[in-house]
Ligand binder design. Structure first.
Ligand code: S3P
Length: 424
């Protein structure tokens, strides 16, 4: 599907509620499936990725019914059943990597498959540590399909070369069912939704800095309220900062400190974002944000902040085009392993709009402020975050742009355009 985007001439105005967090939705459905009894998940994501996780849990014998559009009731006897078919993760790396940690320690075999983009993404990062735990996972060169032969797993003390919440969660979930205390250490702290939710569901799990330990535990069912996704809010935050005269309020935004790198960067660049009402919901920080059009200056984004804004880097690139001076992103080489090679795709596509941007091995450099020309056709590379980032860029282009493959936005945010139209 192609989408034409026109310049916004009047500014974005009004209030919207940010829909459910994708990362937390995956975890809610998986962990509720592991708990014996009835869990209620409020505000489950409408995105296709969390629905891939939901379908897999159903294929593993879990009873899951929607009470209304976003209230999901999970009833499980706490024991997963051997699936009758291959487990389809679609486009979702989180589904594949977290479920591999769960399935490796079951007493049955399973096969995990994914779409074209997911089948190109590296799975060795989970296969290697799981193999150290005694798991048996066959693949061709570390790519899906993954053939998992269920085994009893041994605990490990693993030092991860990557700061990755998907790898960390995979190992912690395997550790939930292993024969001792499993410890995972990462170079920087990645998002900690797994740790918070497992603790909320009674697991014995402890995190100190970038080291987490888990004791094999029995999960208890819960009512889980899922907050709005800061990664979805990011498109509105950036749009309001760069479209002149904008002044918007975003309600129910997840503000877990392991996810708020974008807010730190925006503050650094001189952006006007105010947190209005902060509270804690089901173990996660949540608040409302007021965002106004701002005069921005470039900055350097590197080191430990990268995992805290990893999914926001494409839209941060759009932001940087409208900032005076140079913005440098480095230490973000893992961007090449996302739904697309996000370094190459961001550089290639933004060049089409006349942006002064240069590719580096682990990031990019943008010299601003750029007048975006528009009058171009942008590709999405099967990548939802690119589709939505290009839409935001289109709002400040001189001439209309056309985005090819805009349907990919529905992977995380099917209500994206509808929400933007409420502000226009
Ligand atoms: C996610 C973790 C991140 C992120 C992805 C979702 C998660 O991946 O990019 O979109 O839900 O755990 P990595 O942890 O591999 O960086």
């Amino acid at each position: 599907m192609e989408k034409t985007v026109l310049k916004n001439k009047n500014g974005l105005k009004g209030t919207i509620t940010i829909p459910s967090d994708k990362s937390i939705s995956h975890r809610a459905v998986m962990f509720a499936s592991l708990a014996k009894g009835k869990s209620v998940i409020n505000n489950f994501s409408k995105g296709q990725d969390p629905h891939s996780s939901l379908e897999i849990c159903k294929n593993l014998g879990v009873n899951a019914e929607f009470q209304d559009e976003t209230t999901l009731i999970i009833e499980s006897d706490g024991v997963l059943k051997s699936p009758f078919q291959n487990l389809d993760c679609g486009n979702s790396g989180t589904t594949m990597r977290l479920m591999t940690g769960i399935l490796a320690g079951q007493n049955f075999n399973s096969v995990m498959v994914g779409d074209e983009s997911l089948s190109k993404r590296p799975m060795k990062r989970v296969i290697e540590p799981l193999t150290l735990m005694g798991a048996k996972i066959d693949s061709i060169d570390g790519h899906a399909p993954l053939h998992i032969t269920g085994q009893k797993l041994a605990a490990i003390d693993y030092n991860s070369p990557l700061a990755s919440a998907q790898v960390k969660s995979c190992i912690l979930l395997a550790g939930l069912n292993a024969n001792g205390v499993t410890t995972f250490t990462e170079p920087y702290v990645s998002r900690n939704h797994t740790e918070l939710m497992l603790k909320f569901m009674n697991a014995e799990i402890n995190a100190i800095g970038n080291k987490v330990s888990i004791v094999p535990s029995v999960l208890e069912p819960r009512e889980i309220n899922i907050c709005g996704d800061i990664s979805s809010a990011a498109y509105f935050i950036v749009a309001a900062l760069i479209v002149p005269e904008s002044d918007i309020i975003l309600k129910n935004v997840g503000l877990n400190p392991t996810r708020t790198g974008l807010l730190d960067v925006v503050q650094f660049m001189g952006g006007d974002v105010e947190i209005l009402d902060k509270k804690n919901v089901s173990g996660e920080d949540v608040g409302d944000l007021r965002v106004k059009y701002s005069d921005l200056t470039g900055c350097t984004i590197e080191d430990g902040i990268i995992p805290r804004l990893i999914d926001e880097l494409p839209v941060i690139a759009v932001l940087a085009t409208q900032a005076r001076g140079t913005t440098i992103v480095r230490d973000a080489g893992d961007l090449r392993n996302k739904e697309s090679d996000r370094i190459k795709s961001v550089v290639t596509e933004l060049k089409k709009l006349g942006v002064d941007i240069h590719e580096t091995s682990d990031g990019f450099i943008i010299n601003g402020k750029n007048k975006l020309t528009g009058d171009a056709r942008l590709e999405t590379y099967h990548d939802h975050r690119l589709a939505m980032s290009w839409y935001v860029a289109g709002l400040v282009c001189e001439k209309p742009i056309v985005i090819d493959g805009f349907e990919w936005a529905a992977i995380s945010f099917p209500e994206f355009v509808e929400k933007f139209e409420l502000l226009s």
